[in-house]
Design a binder for this molecule. Structure first.
Ligand code: MSP
Length: 646
């Protein structure tokens, strides 16, 4: 039987600066839906890409003195790298500088012109380059861009332009919006759009003549196509519309996911282009909120409040970031982002609630049943309740994901995890284990825990794709993919007799040092501290295997600076081959920062990260100390950063 199809898109991003948490959100959300739909048996097409023909890109490139294509190639590469690191499972990545896109844009422009929907006139009005938007004088706010997130200078344009007859299709669009309640979501955006269209649409300027960067109008190459018209077309050009269009026939219409700021383009301009072309309208245009910083204000490059997304992934991992973002943005509202909130969520929801449940469960199965999942003999009403709640959680996740409500889907999973953790305490397996007469009861509890974890992990897999494989390995069911599917998230699938493999913590806690801890204690976490020089009592012997657990590496110090208000601490940037780490080290009394730059030191690379004075320190550099003197261990420059020390 043919699978049902599902087509989902993100906006195509402007590659004028590196992606950040705000821009990553839409892609993570679209990825989560894609993974979920695939698990539900859909043939999914997930498209993302980059919007390259913008005037602001040409300007940025010019300011940097590089040709625009060269500039975008570099930034696009960053987007693609970031999506890989975030486990984004897109099926295609469209760049609007590609030929396959250009031909469709030109074809559509020509068709609209031929049928009289595009006409030549003169544009006189204002343009906001950061927003790539035309504004009439009366819309301006104190002479500036009226977009509440922008407010920047606008430029006066007076140039020959082609116009698209939006007004002609206004009533048809309104009728469609009103008769399709799911077309624009959530409902607040739908209402905004209805009143916007009712207010009357003006014809849209769709070409520019004052610069060359862009797709030339096919019948008048003095003009380039307005970047928003060009960009919106990506959703069909990527499917080969009007060309070899089997893909288009198969997957269209789309679900378009985006931030609230660009809903108007997708819910008004885009459908009108499609109406004019006689193409079916998108299934859904969904506008989520923004990520705001704690101080208020959208997270955006221009506000200077973005954190390097690559650095965040390196510190906290893709799954933790995905979880945080999806949980924090409630459907229909904005979400707040801060690094502290991210760490807090990872520690409480992931490390404590989920990770701990896995480690408790596997520890008990190991201790009480030699690592073998027992069979259920006689479930109690409490066990039965857990199985019913598992089914309810699954149903709730499905309902939430069907309406793109990621946050509440995670709330439902975590409500279940919370209940299971409580069940452990209520059924007190450690007490049951003391009485052989209660063996069967203990079997049931242990089975219930393993089964609950299996189901939780299936439900989590669209959100955190890096997690399941690690849980399957610990539960001993890696080789049983039939137990990992969405349908398999039904109680009783786990066959008894499976041998588990207890492993590492699923989500290691990120340690934040508590205020009030003596500085020397803090320092001792990062480097042998001179204040601890008294000969330690001889440490216990260790085996070679114990030693092998240390990951010692050569690290090249590429930057060093003092940590504010901490006279013993230095913040070091250390390069380990491809990787860069931040290490906070208690050596400020012995080295000036500039003395360290260029040194190749030895780093304990697998030390649990610890936060010192708000800085996450990832590793510890080795130093020898004696009678108040301290020297970091160095190796020759011939050894590359990242080389193993054994
Ligand atoms: N190139 C256009 C889209 C064309 S689609 C045919 C564009 N690009 S963008 O790079 O500026 O923004 C892309 C998306 O990122 C938008 O959906 C925007 O809402 C989203 N976000 C940018 N900053 C954001 C936050 N701080 N929070 C959430 N989403 C944010 O617009």
């Amino acid at each position: 039987m043919q699978k049902p199809t599902f087509y989902i898109t993100t906006p195509i991003y402007y590659p004028n600066s590196s992606p950040h948490i705000g821009t990553a959100y839409t892609t993570i959300a679209a990825d989560t839906v894609s993974r979920y739909k695939r698990m539900r048996g859909y043939d999914v097409w997930f498209l993302t890409g980059t919007d390259e023909n913008a005037q602001k890109i040409a300007r940025t490139a010019e300011a940097k003195g590089v040709p625009p294509k060269e500039y975008v190639d570099e930034v696009v590469d960053k987007f693609q790298q970031l999506w890989r690191l975030l486990d984004i499972s897109n099926d295609d990545f469209i760049r609007t500088t590609e030929e396959r896109h250009k031909v469709v844009v030109q074809d559509i422009f020509q068709r609209l012109y031929d049928q009289g929907d595009i006409y030549k006139s003169e544009y006189e009005g204002w343009y906001c380059t950061p927003c790539e938007t035309f504004w009439t004088e009366n819309k301006l706010n104190d002479g500036k861009c009226p977009n509440p997130d922008c407010g920047r200078e606008v430029e006066l344009l007076k140039e020959e332009s082609y116009f698209f007859k939006m007004s002609k299709y206004q009533d048809q669009l309104l009728q469609h919006i009103e008769s399709h309640p799911d077309f624009i979501q959530p409902v607040a955006r739908r209402n905004e759009m209805i009143s916007f269209v009712r207010g009357g649409l003006e014809d849209l300027c769709v070409s520019r003549t004052t610069f060359k960067w862009g797709i030339p109008v096919p019948f008048n190459p003095k003009h380039v196509v307005y970047v928003w018209l060009d960009a919106l077309i990506n959703y069909v050009s990527a499917l080969g519309w009007g060309q070899e269009d089997a893909k288009f026939k198969k997957y269209w219409p789309a679900v378009h996911l985006m931030g609230k700021d660009i809903v108007r383009f997708h819910a008004v301009i885009w459908p009108i282009i499609l109406l004019a072309l006689g193409v079916e309208l998108p299934r859904t245009v969904y506008g989520h909120g923004w990520f705001l910083s704690r101080e208020g204000g959208k997270i955006s490059k221009s506000r200077g409040n973005v954190q390097d997304a690559f650095e965040l992934i390196r510190l906290y991992g893709s799954d933790g970031i995905r979880y945080f973002l999806l949980k924090e943005m409630q459907a229909g509202s904005d979400g707040y982002y801060s690094e502290d909130a991210l760490v807090e969520r990872i520690n409480s929801d992931l490390a404590n609630d989920y990770g701990n449940l896995l480690s408790r469960t596997t520890a008990m199965i190991e201790k009480y049943r030699q690592g073998v999942v027992p069979a259920v003999v006689n479930p109690s009403p409490l066990d039965a309740e857990i199985s019913v709640l598992a089914a309810a959680a699954k149903k709730e996740v499905e309902d939430c994901l069907d309406r793109l409500d990621f946050s509440n889907a995670l709330v439902a999973i975590w409500r279940f995890i919370g209940r299971v953790n409580k069940y452990v305490d209520e059924s007190a397996p450690w007490t049951l284990a003391k009485n052989p007469a209660l063996d069967a009861q203990l079997d049931t509890v242990l089975y219930t825990l393993a089964e609950a974890l299996r189901i939780v992990t299936i439900l989590c897999s669209p959100f955190m794709p890096g997690v399941p494989a690690r849980v399957w390995a610990q539960l001993g069911i890696t080789a049983q993919p039939e137990l990992h599917t969405w349908e398999a998230a039904a109680w009783g699938g786990f066959g008894p007799g499976v041998k588990i493999n207890r492993g590492e913590a699923l989500f290691p806690r990120i340690e934040e040092q508590k205020e009030g801890v003596a500085e020397t204690d803090k320092v001792s976490q990062t480097v042998a501290s001179p204040s601890q020089e008294a000969e330690p009592s001889a440490p216990a012997e260790i085996s070679i295997e114990d030693f092998a657990r240390l990951d010692l590496r050569v690290g090249k110090i590429i930057a060093a600076e003092k940590v504010e208000k901490a006279d013993k601490l230095l913040k070091l940037e250390v390069e380990l081959g491809q990787e860069r780490r931040t290490v906070v080290s208690g050596i400020a009394k012995h080295y000036a920062p500039e003395e360290l730059v260029g040194k190749s030191v030895v780093l304990v690379a697998n030390l649990k990260p610890v936060k010192l004075r708000g800085i996450l320190s990832q590793g510890m550099i080795l130093a020898a100390s004696h009678e108040g003197k301290l020297e970091v261990l160095t190796v020759s420059q011939d050894l590359p950063g990242g080389a193993r020390v054994k």
